[in-house]
Design a protein around this ligand. Structure first.
Ligand SMILES: Cc1cc2nc3c(=O)[nH]c(=O)nc-3n(C[C@H](O)[C@H](O)[C@H](O)COP(=O)(O)OP(=O)(O)OC[C@H]3O[C@@H](n4cnc5c(N)ncnc54)[C@H](O)[C@@H]3O)c2cc1C
Length: 392
């Protein structure tokens, strides 16, 4: 309510079963799952959803991407993207041709990617230089020594995905409060009292930390020990698709040595140096040095004109020290649930990770984990690898 003086009055105090802090893909997807059997409110500090990492991604599902735990979550999420329809009836993702490409110096890395994919590698296909260039006419024949094609890659409609989870949440009676930054918290009896920047108080028995790059600072507000969740900056820039290929289906290319990747998107290419610079939650300036390096690499490997950058931006991929998500109740702080550290895979793993997260929240994690092939202990906030790194 706006008062004549221009001072915004605090919201009326609200009470929920669960408050989820963070309106990115992590918070919204988990909230949608939890809302089936409890009242849930998502609080987001910005004026809208997905204004931080979720809104800065390149929106791709790559089944072979990530480590063993992520592979299991990818596999368990695949059907959601192959068959899933958004709330508007449109497909949530569409197939995207994709190749890992290598030159003579990096050709050995294709085998490493294949081996790391474990059972997911069964549908992947090695191609020689000619096969790679035929698959992606962007590749220069004189640079290309070979490729590895992953057929399970999709271009995700992140906006539709967010809206679909948000609609499920609202249908179940849940709410989303934007412009609501959590700044303090205290425990009263069996409830958390969460104070936002306007001074309004929000009450709930349980709180979920889905605050992305701010997961550790938010945990501190609740007295929980940080888990060393480190934001790593990744830069993105756009280039024009070569004119002669403007009407063709242009595959996404990941350099086998991760020196660059590029993905077609409506008449342009989203490109990245695949940089991972440790930084703070507030810093999202693109790294000009890394972009220059990637432009050189793209110029050598492809026929793309890598001189004229159209736009640049950067986002933060937040990882626990072992690069595995952090999901579960804190072992020392009652009613505080971690849902953080999805790293570079938070969108593509969101269908399965949110289902597993909700099951762990309900203390029914073992069944879903078994189905997905993920041990809840591997993603627990109390696992040895991150407790040790956090110095506890
Ligand atoms: C360049 C780039 C490319 C990527 N490409 C892909 C890809 O192709 N596929 C894929 O799956 N993943 C990709 N990712 C990773 C993916 O974007 C992330 O894993 C995911 O978006 C993380 O979601 P999140 O909800 O944890 O974080 P965020 O989207 O950052 O959401 C956290 C939210 O918490 C809010 N918040 C923080 N503190 C408070 C507070 N005190 N009170 C209230 N709200 C608060 C923030 O405002 C923010 O909106 C990419 C990331 C980057 C940067």
């Amino acid at each position: 309510m706006q008062i004549a003086t221009g001072i915004v009055a605090p919201h009326t105090s609200e009470t929920w079963d669960t408050i989820v802090i963070g309106g990115g893909i992590a918070g919204i997807s988990l909230a949608a799952r939890l809302a089936a059997d409890r009242t849930v409110c998502v609080v987001e500090k910005e004026t809208g959803l997905a204004q931080h990492t979720t809104g800065k991604s390149v929106a791709t599902f790559i089944q072979s991407y990530g480590n063993g735990v992520i592979h299991a979550l990818n596999a368990a999420s695949l059907e959601f993207f192959t068959d899933g329809r958004g709330d508007n009836g449109e497909a949530l993702a569409k197939p995207l041709p994709f190749i890992y490409a290598a030159n003579a110096d990096t050709i050995g890395e294709l085998q490493e990617i294949y081996d790391a994919a474990g059972p997911l590698a069964r549908d992947m296909q090695f191609v020689d230089s000619a096969g790679a260039v035929e698959f992606s006419p962007l590749l220069r024949p004189e640079w290309t020594a070979g490729g590895l094609i992953d057929p399970h890659v999709f271009d995700i409609d992140v906006h539709a995905l967010m809206q679909t989870f948000a609609a499920t949440l609202r249908r179940c009676g849940g709410a989303i409060r934007t412009s609501t930054e959590v700044v303090a918290a205290r425990r009263e009896g069996d409830q958390w009292v969460v104070t936002d920047r306007s001074g309004a108080e929000h009450r709930a028995r349980t709180v979920v930390d889905a605050a992305g790059a701010w997961a550790d600072p938010v945990a501190r507000l609740f007295g929980a020990a940080p888990r060393d969740i480190q934001p790593l900056r990744r830069s993105v820039f756009t280039l024009a698709i070569p004119g002669h290929l403007a009407d063709s289906v242009v595959p996404m290319i990941n350099a086998a040595d991760e020196s660059f990747y590029l993905k077609p998107e409506t008449a342009q290419l989203l490109c990245s140096p695949a940089d991972e610079t440790p930084t703070t939650a507030a810093d999202t300036r693109p790294d000009e040095f890394e972009i220059a390096r990637a432009l050189d690499a793209i110029g050598e490997a492809t026929v793309v004109d890598a001189r004229h950058v159209r736009t640049t931006w950067a986002g933060l991929r937040s990882f626990a020290p072992d690069r595995i998500p952090v999901v579960g109740f804190d072992d020392r702080v009652e009613g505080f649930f971690w849902y953080a550290g999805p790293g570079g895979y938070g969108i593509q793993t969101s269908p399965a990770l949110s289902e597993l997260g909700a099951a762990i929240f309900r203390e029914d994690g073992a069944r879903t984990a078994n189905e997905f092939g993920v041990d809840p202990a591997d993603i627990s906030p109390s696992r040895a690898s991150i407790i040790a790194a956090a110095g506890r």
